[in-house]
Ligand binder design. Structure first.
Ligand code: G1P
Length: 302
Protein backbone atom coordinates (compact mmCIF):
# COMPACT_ATOMS: atom_id res chain seq x y z
CA UNK A 1 0.00 0.00 0.00
CA UNK A 2 1.31 3.48 -0.89
CA UNK A 3 1.93 5.87 1.98
CA UNK A 4 0.05 9.15 2.21
CA UNK A 5 2.72 11.82 1.67
CA UNK A 6 0.77 14.49 -0.22
CA UNK A 7 -2.00 16.87 0.76
CA UNK A 8 -4.25 19.40 -0.93
CA UNK A 9 -5.35 22.56 0.87
CA UNK A 10 -8.12 24.25 -1.13
CA UNK A 11 -7.92 27.99 -0.53
CA UNK A 12 -9.64 29.54 -3.51
CA UNK A 13 -12.93 30.49 -1.82
CA UNK A 14 -14.13 34.08 -1.92
CA UNK A 15 -14.51 34.47 1.84
CA UNK A 16 -17.95 36.06 1.49
CA UNK A 17 -18.82 35.42 5.15
CA UNK A 18 -16.07 37.84 6.20
CA UNK A 19 -16.58 40.66 3.70
CA UNK A 20 -15.49 43.43 3.63
CA UNK A 21 -12.45 42.17 5.62
CA UNK A 22 -11.69 39.68 2.85
CA UNK A 23 -12.09 42.13 -0.03
CA UNK A 24 -8.33 42.50 -0.47
CA UNK A 25 -7.07 39.83 1.93
CA UNK A 26 -7.51 36.05 1.70
CA UNK A 27 -9.77 34.69 4.42
CA UNK A 28 -7.09 32.06 5.08
CA UNK A 29 -4.84 34.88 6.36
CA UNK A 30 -7.26 36.01 9.08
CA UNK A 31 -5.43 35.34 12.36
CA UNK A 32 -6.36 33.27 15.37
CA UNK A 33 -4.41 35.27 17.96
CA UNK A 34 -1.10 35.63 16.08
CA UNK A 35 -1.19 32.96 13.37
CA UNK A 36 -3.20 32.92 10.14
CA UNK A 37 -5.77 30.13 10.06
CA UNK A 38 -4.04 28.45 7.10
CA UNK A 39 -0.85 28.02 9.14
CA UNK A 40 -2.72 25.86 11.67
CA UNK A 41 -3.86 23.70 8.75
CA UNK A 42 -0.40 23.44 7.20
CA UNK A 43 1.08 22.50 10.61
CA UNK A 44 -1.56 19.76 11.07
CA UNK A 45 -0.62 18.28 7.69
CA UNK A 46 3.09 18.29 8.52
CA UNK A 47 2.48 16.86 12.00
CA UNK A 48 0.50 14.08 10.31
CA UNK A 49 3.49 12.99 8.21
CA UNK A 50 2.57 14.80 4.99
CA UNK A 51 5.69 15.75 3.03
CA UNK A 52 4.33 17.74 0.12
CA UNK A 53 1.44 20.19 0.19
CA UNK A 54 -0.29 21.91 -2.69
CA UNK A 55 -2.47 24.93 -2.00
CA UNK A 56 -5.20 25.57 -4.55
CA UNK A 57 -5.46 29.35 -4.70
CA UNK A 58 -7.35 31.86 -6.78
CA UNK A 59 -7.40 35.55 -7.57
CA UNK A 60 -6.28 37.79 -4.71
CA UNK A 61 -4.56 35.05 -2.73
CA UNK A 62 -0.96 36.10 -3.15
CA UNK A 63 -0.59 36.98 0.54
CA UNK A 64 -0.66 33.24 1.27
CA UNK A 65 2.44 32.69 -0.87
CA UNK A 66 4.18 35.66 0.73
CA UNK A 67 3.37 34.39 4.21
CA UNK A 68 5.06 31.05 3.60
CA UNK A 69 8.08 32.66 1.92
CA UNK A 70 11.33 33.85 3.49
CA UNK A 71 11.14 37.48 4.66
CA UNK A 72 14.84 38.49 4.62
CA UNK A 73 14.39 42.16 5.55
CA UNK A 74 11.99 41.46 8.36
CA UNK A 75 14.14 38.66 9.72
CA UNK A 76 17.23 40.89 9.57
CA UNK A 77 15.51 43.69 11.49
CA UNK A 78 14.21 41.30 14.15
CA UNK A 79 17.68 39.80 14.52
CA UNK A 80 19.31 43.23 14.91
CA UNK A 81 16.77 44.24 17.53
CA UNK A 82 17.34 41.00 19.41
CA UNK A 83 13.69 39.96 19.11
CA UNK A 84 14.64 36.33 18.81
CA UNK A 85 11.40 34.78 20.04
CA UNK A 86 9.42 36.63 17.35
CA UNK A 87 12.11 35.79 14.78
CA UNK A 88 11.65 32.12 15.53
CA UNK A 89 7.89 32.38 15.01
CA UNK A 90 8.40 34.20 11.70
CA UNK A 91 10.93 31.62 10.51
CA UNK A 92 8.61 28.74 11.32
CA UNK A 93 6.29 29.80 8.51
CA UNK A 94 9.14 30.40 6.01
CA UNK A 95 10.56 26.94 6.36
CA UNK A 96 7.52 25.22 4.94
CA UNK A 97 7.77 24.22 1.29
CA UNK A 98 4.46 24.61 -0.45
CA UNK A 99 3.31 24.20 -4.04
CA UNK A 100 0.59 26.34 -5.55
CA UNK A 101 -1.90 26.01 -8.34
CA UNK A 102 -4.67 28.36 -9.33
CA UNK A 103 -8.30 27.44 -9.67
CA UNK A 104 -9.24 29.79 -12.47
CA UNK A 105 -13.02 29.76 -11.91
CA UNK A 106 -15.00 29.25 -8.70
CA UNK A 107 -16.61 25.94 -9.69
CA UNK A 108 -16.64 24.47 -6.18
CA UNK A 109 -14.63 22.28 -3.86
CA UNK A 110 -14.73 19.19 -6.09
CA UNK A 111 -13.26 21.22 -8.93
CA UNK A 112 -10.58 22.73 -6.65
CA UNK A 113 -9.41 19.24 -5.67
CA UNK A 114 -9.50 18.13 -9.32
CA UNK A 115 -7.19 21.06 -10.21
CA UNK A 116 -4.43 19.36 -8.16
CA UNK A 117 -4.72 15.96 -9.92
CA UNK A 118 -1.38 16.15 -11.77
CA UNK A 119 0.47 16.96 -8.57
CA UNK A 120 -1.13 14.01 -6.78
CA UNK A 121 -0.74 11.46 -9.57
CA UNK A 122 -1.64 7.89 -8.68
CA UNK A 123 -1.24 8.12 -4.90
CA UNK A 124 -3.55 8.36 -1.92
CA UNK A 125 -3.67 11.88 -0.50
CA UNK A 126 -5.16 14.06 2.22
CA UNK A 127 -7.43 17.08 1.81
CA UNK A 128 -7.62 19.67 4.58
CA UNK A 129 -10.12 22.52 4.50
CA UNK A 130 -9.39 25.73 6.33
CA UNK A 131 -12.78 26.39 7.88
CA UNK A 132 -12.08 24.09 10.80
CA UNK A 133 -9.08 23.96 13.09
CA UNK A 134 -8.82 20.70 15.03
CA UNK A 135 -6.84 20.32 18.24
CA UNK A 136 -6.10 16.71 19.06
CA UNK A 137 -3.50 14.56 20.75
CA UNK A 138 -3.01 12.67 17.50
CA UNK A 139 -3.48 15.19 14.66
CA UNK A 140 -6.83 14.71 12.94
CA UNK A 141 -5.35 13.97 9.51
CA UNK A 142 -2.99 11.43 11.06
CA UNK A 143 -5.98 9.64 12.60
CA UNK A 144 -7.55 9.37 9.14
CA UNK A 145 -4.28 8.17 7.60
CA UNK A 146 -4.08 5.44 10.25
CA UNK A 147 -7.59 4.28 9.31
CA UNK A 148 -6.67 4.35 5.62
CA UNK A 149 -3.60 2.21 6.37
CA UNK A 150 -5.80 -0.29 8.22
CA UNK A 151 -8.55 -0.50 5.59
CA UNK A 152 -7.04 0.58 2.25
CA UNK A 153 -10.12 2.69 1.57
CA UNK A 154 -10.85 6.40 1.49
CA UNK A 155 -11.69 7.78 4.94
CA UNK A 156 -13.67 10.95 5.66
CA UNK A 157 -13.41 12.78 8.99
CA UNK A 158 -16.74 13.42 10.71
CA UNK A 159 -18.07 14.70 14.02
CA UNK A 160 -21.57 15.23 15.40
CA UNK A 161 -23.08 18.67 15.05
CA UNK A 162 -26.20 20.26 16.45
CA UNK A 163 -29.14 18.85 14.42
CA UNK A 164 -30.20 22.36 13.40
CA UNK A 165 -26.77 22.93 11.79
CA UNK A 166 -26.77 19.92 9.42
CA UNK A 167 -27.75 22.04 6.38
CA UNK A 168 -24.31 23.71 6.55
CA UNK A 169 -22.36 20.46 6.02
CA UNK A 170 -21.87 17.30 4.05
CA UNK A 171 -23.77 14.70 6.10
CA UNK A 172 -23.26 10.98 6.46
CA UNK A 173 -26.00 8.35 6.47
CA UNK A 174 -24.24 5.65 8.53
CA UNK A 175 -24.82 1.93 8.04
CA UNK A 176 -22.63 0.15 10.58
CA UNK A 177 -20.25 1.35 13.26
CA UNK A 178 -17.11 -0.31 14.60
CA UNK A 179 -15.35 1.75 17.24
CA UNK A 180 -15.28 5.15 15.59
CA UNK A 181 -15.39 3.87 12.00
CA UNK A 182 -18.63 3.90 9.99
CA UNK A 183 -19.64 2.15 6.82
CA UNK A 184 -21.82 4.58 4.97
CA UNK A 185 -25.06 4.27 2.99
CA UNK A 186 -24.85 7.76 1.61
CA UNK A 187 -22.88 11.00 1.76
CA UNK A 188 -25.22 13.95 1.19
CA UNK A 189 -24.01 17.49 0.59
CA UNK A 190 -25.91 20.16 2.55
CA UNK A 191 -29.25 18.37 3.03
CA UNK A 192 -32.37 20.51 3.22
CA UNK A 193 -33.28 21.49 6.81
CA UNK A 194 -35.13 18.68 8.55
CA UNK A 195 -34.12 16.06 5.98
CA UNK A 196 -30.61 15.14 7.14
CA UNK A 197 -30.10 11.38 7.54
CA UNK A 198 -28.03 11.97 10.73
CA UNK A 199 -26.10 14.71 12.47
CA UNK A 200 -22.68 13.27 11.56
CA UNK A 201 -21.03 16.04 9.56
CA UNK A 202 -18.00 16.06 7.26
CA UNK A 203 -15.43 18.26 8.97
CA UNK A 204 -13.11 19.18 6.14
CA UNK A 205 -10.60 16.37 6.63
CA UNK A 206 -10.30 13.63 4.01
CA UNK A 207 -7.93 10.85 3.00
CA UNK A 208 -8.79 9.85 -0.55
CA UNK A 209 -7.60 7.21 -2.98
CA UNK A 210 -6.68 8.61 -6.41
CA UNK A 211 -9.66 6.94 -8.10
CA UNK A 212 -11.72 9.88 -6.75
CA UNK A 213 -10.44 11.78 -9.82
CA UNK A 214 -12.39 9.41 -12.10
CA UNK A 215 -15.57 10.88 -10.62
CA UNK A 216 -14.37 14.46 -10.26
CA UNK A 217 -13.40 14.63 -13.93
CA UNK A 218 -17.07 14.24 -14.91
CA UNK A 219 -17.61 17.76 -13.50
CA UNK A 220 -21.15 16.97 -12.39
CA UNK A 221 -22.83 19.94 -10.78
CA UNK A 222 -24.47 19.44 -7.37
CA UNK A 223 -25.74 21.47 -4.40
CA UNK A 224 -25.45 25.24 -4.83
CA UNK A 225 -24.66 24.84 -8.55
CA UNK A 226 -21.10 23.75 -7.69
CA UNK A 227 -19.01 20.66 -8.38
CA UNK A 228 -19.13 19.00 -4.97
CA UNK A 229 -16.42 16.79 -3.52
CA UNK A 230 -19.10 15.05 -1.43
CA UNK A 231 -20.94 13.90 -4.60
CA UNK A 232 -17.77 12.32 -6.01
CA UNK A 233 -17.15 10.64 -2.65
CA UNK A 234 -20.66 9.20 -2.73
CA UNK A 235 -20.01 7.76 -6.22
CA UNK A 236 -16.76 6.23 -5.00
CA UNK A 237 -18.65 4.89 -1.98
CA UNK A 238 -21.19 3.17 -4.26
CA UNK A 239 -18.42 1.49 -6.27
CA UNK A 240 -15.75 0.72 -3.67
CA UNK A 241 -16.91 1.74 -0.21
CA UNK A 242 -15.73 4.82 1.67
CA UNK A 243 -15.49 5.02 5.46
CA UNK A 244 -16.44 7.87 7.76
CA UNK A 245 -14.30 8.22 10.87
CA UNK A 246 -15.49 10.03 13.97
CA UNK A 247 -12.11 11.52 14.93
CA UNK A 248 -11.02 12.49 18.41
CA UNK A 249 -10.30 16.14 19.03
CA UNK A 250 -11.82 19.54 19.52
CA UNK A 251 -13.00 21.32 16.43
CA UNK A 252 -13.06 25.08 16.10
CA UNK A 253 -15.29 26.52 13.42
CA UNK A 254 -13.32 29.46 12.04
CA UNK A 255 -15.27 29.66 8.77
CA UNK A 256 -17.98 31.97 10.11
CA UNK A 257 -17.86 35.12 12.20
CA UNK A 258 -19.12 33.92 15.57
CA UNK A 259 -16.99 30.76 15.56
CA UNK A 260 -13.98 32.80 14.49
CA UNK A 261 -14.40 35.28 17.36
CA UNK A 262 -15.01 32.50 19.90
CA UNK A 263 -11.92 30.62 18.70
CA UNK A 264 -9.80 33.72 19.11
CA UNK A 265 -11.04 34.15 22.67
CA UNK A 266 -10.54 30.47 23.44
CA UNK A 267 -6.96 30.38 22.09
CA UNK A 268 -6.07 33.72 23.71
CA UNK A 269 -7.27 32.43 27.09
CA UNK A 270 -4.72 29.64 26.76
CA UNK A 271 -1.92 32.07 25.99
CA UNK A 272 -0.09 32.87 29.24
CA UNK A 273 0.76 36.42 28.11
CA UNK A 274 -2.83 37.28 27.25
CA UNK A 275 -4.95 35.28 29.67
CA UNK A 276 -5.22 37.60 32.67
CA UNK A 277 -5.63 40.77 30.66
CA UNK A 278 -8.30 39.14 28.55
CA UNK A 279 -10.26 37.88 31.56
CA UNK A 280 -10.20 41.35 33.11
CA UNK A 281 -11.20 42.93 29.82
CA UNK A 282 -14.02 40.45 29.24
CA UNK A 283 -15.33 41.00 32.76
CA UNK A 284 -15.41 44.73 32.14
CA UNK A 285 -17.23 44.28 28.87
CA UNK A 286 -19.73 41.83 30.36
CA UNK A 287 -20.38 44.13 33.28
CA UNK A 288 -20.97 47.07 31.00
CA UNK A 289 -23.18 45.09 28.65
CA UNK A 290 -25.07 42.86 31.04
CA UNK A 291 -25.04 44.62 34.38
CA UNK A 292 -23.45 43.81 37.70
CA UNK A 293 -25.80 41.02 38.81
CA UNK A 294 -25.18 38.86 35.79
CA UNK A 295 -21.44 39.25 35.93
CA UNK A 296 -21.48 38.28 39.65
CA UNK A 297 -23.29 35.05 38.73
CA UNK A 298 -20.95 34.47 35.80
CA UNK A 299 -17.81 34.90 37.96
CA UNK A 300 -19.29 32.63 40.62
CA UNK A 301 -19.69 29.81 38.14
CA UNK A 302 -16.05 29.85 37.06
C1 G1P B 1 -17.42 22.07 2.61
C2 G1P B 1 -17.89 20.69 2.17
C3 G1P B 1 -18.85 20.11 3.20
C4 G1P B 1 -18.17 20.10 4.58
C5 G1P B 1 -17.69 21.50 4.94
C6 G1P B 1 -16.87 21.47 6.22
O1 G1P B 1 -18.51 22.96 2.56
O2 G1P B 1 -18.51 20.79 0.91
O3 G1P B 1 -19.19 18.79 2.84
O4 G1P B 1 -19.07 19.61 5.55
O5 G1P B 1 -16.86 22.05 3.91
O6 G1P B 1 -16.43 22.74 6.60
P1 G1P B 1 -18.32 24.59 2.57
O7 G1P B 1 -18.33 24.97 4.02
O8 G1P B 1 -17.04 24.88 1.89
O9 G1P B 1 -19.52 25.11 1.85
Amino acid sequence: MRKVTKAIIPAAGLGTRFLPATKAMPKEMLPIVDKPTIQYIVEEAIDSGVEEIIVVTGKGKRAIEDHFDVAFELEHVLEEKGKLDILEKVRKSSHVNLHYIRQKRAFGLGHAVWCARNFIGNEPFAVLLGDDIVEAQVPCTKQLIQQYERTGRSVIGVQSVDPDQTHRYGIVDPRTKMDHLYEVNRFVEKPVKGQAPSNLAIMGRYVLTPDIFNYLEKHEVGAGGEIQLTDAIQKLNEDKGVYAYDFQGTRYDVGEQLGFIMTNIDFALRNADLRQGLITGLEEIMERELGKELIAGWSGRR
